[in-house]
Design a protein around this ligand. Structure first.
Ligand code: ATP
Ligand code: MG
Length: 559
């Protein structure tokens, strides 16, 4: 196998696309590899786009090639600069670089126009005045061939004049289109004289009011690839049929009569359980205010996942775990979560947070609070130590106390039972106070001063460790506990996908964190011991708000 670029010692993914590239390079079909990631700037990027980004930019990295970021901005009506900005931010955040400035399909509008003229001159395109309904009727269907448009045999000269008129704004929207002259009986519907250009009197975010005709995706895409010198144009399976049109356009233009023109290859798109991936549906969730915005941590968007605490490394690792194939499938949420858990387990500092607090009073501790040292990461000494506090008043989690310990192994605090406080002492439950509804408010305990960092001297066994925060130093904090956004595996299949939203996808709790988190950075990840991986919210400024990225263990497979 011949692979250009980095050392062979690095383990690289193997897939059918990389096999094709290896063969192409071995045959010297191309000097170097150029891919592109071509988002339409009409929404925020999601985890499905991340699959495509990791594939395209990953190949460019591994083969010492380049991957263009290209805005596929041929549809002015739905596009916006907000999306252009967010897309660049997301690709950079994932850790990828494109050469120079981002590309825009709209940069090539003049060239597209000239190529359309070349097709007209070759008798391969014509201006058609059938209205939408007639066009549909003439197209036929999968069982019946279509009929030729009455405008199909207009002379080249007349077509050139008509196309020029389209460009100069002499026709209304919908009055006419430019069509390729291919084959109205083709078994591929996309080859039945597809539209190449339509009239749209719309302001474009890059070209302003210069144009009132805009090229269709199938025409603009292959030409953009050709103009940019793309070698392998990688797209998702729904464009499989359109490959015929991709090839037809390039094969009929003089500039692309060369063996190293781009070729299109298709792979299966990512579908992820319990979420939706279509931009239309994601738009709807935002517009209907069912989520806080595109960056709501429950959204499958890159900005949402980033805010939730996913790291670039975890998303890249996820893309590698799912791989690239031509098989359509539904990917388990557990794979995504395992990827982020594995990364955060390595890199996230440990800390203690009490999410549903009850108070503990240590009756035999009268002094001022004392400072204790705890490891930042139990498996990685180089991350150092952190200061924590112990004192007369503490908070523990409500779930870690019960009055009467059930039989057998009970590993938490109960009356007349001992438990260890993580990083501190052994305590014993003495009695508890309750509110009018019978909920515990305070547990009174004693502590054994001779148990910090060691077992009780008399050899008695203490089962269980619970976490805590010393009350006088604790920082009040808000915890946002996120769960899957939908209650069914494939919400896109539902007639009304909004009706299967999970009403408990966000549960907010108020508790306490260690004082050391006062100035924690936005998006900084922590493992709150025994609770899960969290990160400081990136939209809440100085407020102590933590988003749960993922629980410590996979709780999905057991549901
Ligand atoms: P949607 O159907 O949600 O509107 P799209 O395909 O129109 O998405 P684009 O902005 O055109 O969105 O996508 C840019 C690139 O990302 C395309 O090459 C597309 O194939 C790829 N892509 C989009 N969704 C997925 C997905 N779920 N899995 C893999 N690649 C995807
Ligand atoms: Mg698209």
């Amino acid at each position: 196998m011949s692979k250009a670029g980095k050392s062979e010692a690095v383990e690289r993914p193997v897939n059918f696309i990389r096999n094709i590239i290896d063969e192409d390079l071995a045959k010297h079909k191309y000097e170097s590899v150029r891919t592109r990631f071509p988002p339409e700037p009409n929404g925020y990027l999601h985890i499905g786009h991340a699959k495509s980004i990791c594939l395209n930019f990953g190949i460019a990295e591994d083969y010492d090639g380049a991957c263009n970021l290209r805005f596929d901005d041929t549809n002015p009506a739905k596009e916006d600069l907000e999306y252009v900005d967010s897309i660049q931010q997301d690709v950079c955040w994932l850790g990828f670089k494109w050469p120079g400035e981002p590309c825009y399909s709209s940069n090539y509008f003049d060239q597209f126009y000239a190529y359309a003229v070349e097709l007209i001159e070759k008798g391969l395109a014509y201006v058609c005045f059938l209205n939408a309904e007639e066009t549909r009727e003439y197209r036929g269907n999968l069982k019946e061939p279509g009929k030729d448009s009455p405008y199909r045999d207009t002379s080249v000269e007349e077509n050139l004049a008509l196309f020029e008129k389209m460009r100069s704004g002499e026709f209304k929207e919908g009055e006419c289109v430019l069509r390729a002259k291919i084959d109205m009986a083709s078994s591929f519907m996309c080859m039945r004289d597809p539209t190449l250009y339509r009239v749209r009197f719309a302001h474009h975010h890059q070209t302003g009011d210069k144009w009132c005709i805009y090229p269709m995706y199938d025409f603009a895409h292959c030409l953009s690839d050709g103009i940019e010198g793309v070698t392998h144009s990688l797209c998702t399976l729904e464009f499989q049929d359109n490959r015929r049109l991709y090839d037809w356009v390039l094969d009929n233009l003089n500039d692309f009569q060369k063996p190293d023109r781009p070729f299109q290859y298709e792979f299966s798109r990512l579908n992820l359980e319990y979420t939706v991936m279509s931009k239309r549906k994601l738009h709807q969730l935002v517009d209907d205010k069912l989520v806080e915005g595109w960056n709501d941590p429950r959204m499958p968007t890159i900005s949402g996942m980033r805010r939730r605490g996913y790291t670039p490394a975890s998303i890249r690792d996820f893309a590698e775990r799912i791989g690239i194939s031509k098989v359509d499938s539904m990917t388990e949420m557990g794979i995504l979560e395992a990827a982020v858990r594995d990364d955060l387990n390595k890199v996230a500092p440990r800390s203690m947070a009490v999410i549903d607090p009850i108070k503990v009073v240590i009756e035999n501790y009268q002094d001022e609070p004392q400072t204790l040292m705890a490891p930042v990461h139990p498996q990685n000494e180089t991350m150092g130590k952190r200061e924590i506090f112990f004192g007369r008043e503490l908070y523990i989690d409500r779930a870690d106390f019960t009055e009467v310990a059930p039989n057998g192994k009970y590993m938490r605090l109960a009356l007349d039972k001992e438990v260890r406080l993580r990083n501190a002492y052994v305590i014993k439950g003495l009695r508890a106070d309750y509110d009018a509804d019978g909920n515990v408010t305070t547990v009174y305990c004693s502590y054994d001063p001779d148990t910090h960092g060691k077992n009780p001297a008399d050899g008695r066994k203490v089962k269980g460790v619970i976490h805590f925060v010393e009350a006088s130093h604790a920082l009040p904090a808000e915890f946002r506990l996120y769960d899957r956004l939908f209650t069914v595996e494939n919400p896109a299949k539902e007639e009304d996908f909004e009706s299967v939203l999970n009403p408990e996808s966000l549960v907010v709790k108020y508790g306490f964190v260690e004082p050391g988190l006062l100035n924690s950075a936005a998006e900084q990840a922590y493992q709150f011991e025994r609770e899960g991986y969290f990160c400081r919210d990136n939209q809440c400024g100085d407020k102590q708000v933590y988003n749960r990225t993922v629980a410590l263990r996979d709780t999905w497979s057991s549901r």
